[in-house]
Design a protein around this ligand. Structure first.
Ligand code: SF4
Length: 233
């Protein structure tokens, strides 16, 4: 699976320009609070990506790059955040080299973790359409000195439990000077690539001139070849 490799390189270009704290994976002390976990406002210290602040969340898979099961934190950690702030969350996963025909379902399964899994002390409000994922941080989590690394490791453990995931990297950003718009643009293209993959696997007519996915297929290496291969079956 190499369809997202170009976008992963673009993300690395955005992240690599900023100072970051690096944390190696350790089993998190947090449990999964489940998808129906609710934190009311009076229980919330602040919301990452709340109050209309910039916010973006994306996930990309690859079979080309290996990761060190590491989290990168750009900007303030929980103990230094006092109010709603911008937020970006990037999950990069090295997966087995799966057959492209299974790829859409497998990617969707991995994306579902965002909606079904939430570390205790937090509440996630995610939208696949807007690519936002706002995270409410509970007053209790602040009092218990929970860090962004605790949060990231809890999620990373869940991804690593998936049999097709070989290694992972999570990037969390709260830095006000980060290029959120640049990341939103890459996240948009990742979303479009997954839509194009679904479109191709639905066996639609191979007609690039009249296809509204032409722009993304022109940019993503291997997309047209995949459609030709699928169309010829
Ligand atoms: S390869 Fe052509 S027809 Fe197929 S999805 Fe891409 S642009 Fe559309």
């Amino acid at each position: 699976m190499q369809l997202y490799d170009g976008f992963i390189s673009q993300i690395n270009g955005l992240i690599g320009r900023r100072p970051a704290i690096t944390v190696d994976y350790f089993p998190s002390r947090l449990k999964n609070a489940g998808k129906n976990n609710v934190l009311f406002l009076n229980e919330t210290a602040f919301e990452l990506g709340g109050s209309g602040e910039k916010c973006v969340s994306t996930l990309a898979v690859t079979s080309s790059f290996k990761y060190s099961n590491r989290t990168y934190i750009l900007g303030n950690d929980i103990k230094n955040i006092k109010a709603d702030c911008p937020f970006a969350k990037v999950v990069l996963l090295e997966i087995e080299d799966i057959d492209e025909e299974n790829a859409f379902d497998r990617i969707k399964q991995l994306e579902q973790i965002r909606y079904s899994f939430c570390p205790e002390g937090f509440m996630s409000r995610a939208s696949a359409i807007s690519m936002r994922e706002q995270i409410r941080v509970g007053k209790r989590a602040v009092k218990d000195k929970i860090s962004l690394a605790d949060y990231a490791n809890c999620i990373m453990g869940e991804y690593l439990r998936n049999p097709i995931v070989k290694s992972a990297e999570i990037i969390l950003v709260t830095d006000r000077d980060f290029d959120y718009d640049g990341l939103i643009s890459v996240a948009e293209k990742i979303k479009d690539t997954t839509s194009a993959l679904s479109h191709i696997l639905d066996n639609v007519l191979f007609d690039c001139k009249n296809c509204n996915l032409k722009e993304i297929c022109d940019e993503v290496e291997g997309m047209k070849e995949l459609h030709i291969k699928t169309a010829n079956k």
